[in-house]
Write a protein that binds this ligand. Structure first.
Ligand code: TMP
Length: 206
């Protein structure tokens, strides 16, 4: 099972990924947790470049760097783990490119879908969580944490387009997505995430 987490800045994805991992491990499942950008040695180098506020990069170049990260990640980490029967949980995946480079930067969505299909060799998640939070609140959380990477430094309007983009992606493929209100206590979000995963696992085991 391939599970991905999506959301805006400060939505708490990374914490929820870790909590889900612990819960599934506790139940005896084998789990690999990974992330994009990152997840491989090459990916971690690309991540440092992509998130550095000093990196000057044009939207198409930015997209292709994310695509290169994803191609490496899928081939070296995600597919081998899935083939070994492990549950893979990725903190972001191709939907991030559609939301950020497509809806956020305004790159052509049809072209983007082709590039994503090439980069992933067609691998789609079985289940995708969208941890939904008003961007204003999410950016305030990041500011509080004292970090601002290249995306967190973008204008609020950019993050609002990204969120609208996620809404459009969910509407187009509702059966793959689970939208969770991230403006709730951590444990409530965790409970909501786990309820969805439990249900999917039950269906798979039938
Ligand atoms: P995060 O690890 O805090 O989610 O940071 C990753 C940043 O990279 C986030 O701001 C979203 C951005 N991103 C894209 O713009 N396109 C992509 O394809 C991915 C995976 C991430």
């Amino acid at each position: 099972m391939f599970i991905t987490f999506e959301g805006g800045e400060g939505s708490g994805k990374t914490t929820q990924v870790r909590l889900l991992e612990e819960r599934l491990r506790g139940l005896g499942y084998r789990v690999v947790v990974t992330r994009e950008p990152g997840g491989t040695p090459l990916g971690e180098r690309l991540r440092a470049l992509l998130l550095d506020v000093n990196t000057q990069v044009e939207p198409r170049a930015e997209l292709l760097l994310y695509a290169a990260d994803r191609a490496q990640h899928v081939a070296a980490v995600v597919r081998p783990a899935l083939a070994a029967g492990v549950i893979v949980i990725s903190d972001r995946y191709a939907d991030s490119a559609l939301a950020y480079q497509g809806y956020g930067r305004g790159l052509d969505l049809a072209a983007l879908r082709h590039i994503m299909a090439f980069a992933t060799d067609g691998l789609q998640p079985d289940l995708t969580f969208f941890l939904d939070l008003d961007p204003q609140q999410g950016l305030a959380r990041c500011a509080q944490a004292g970090k601002a990477d290249r995306f967190e430094a973008q204008a609020l309007a950019f993050h609002q387009r990204v969120r609208e983009g996620y809404f459009a992606l969910i509407a187009a493929e509702p059966e793959r997505w689970a939208r969770i209100d991230a403006d709730q206590p951590l444990a409530v979000v965790q409970g909501a995430v786990f309820a969805v995963v439990e249900e999917r696992l039950r269906l798979l085991q039938r």
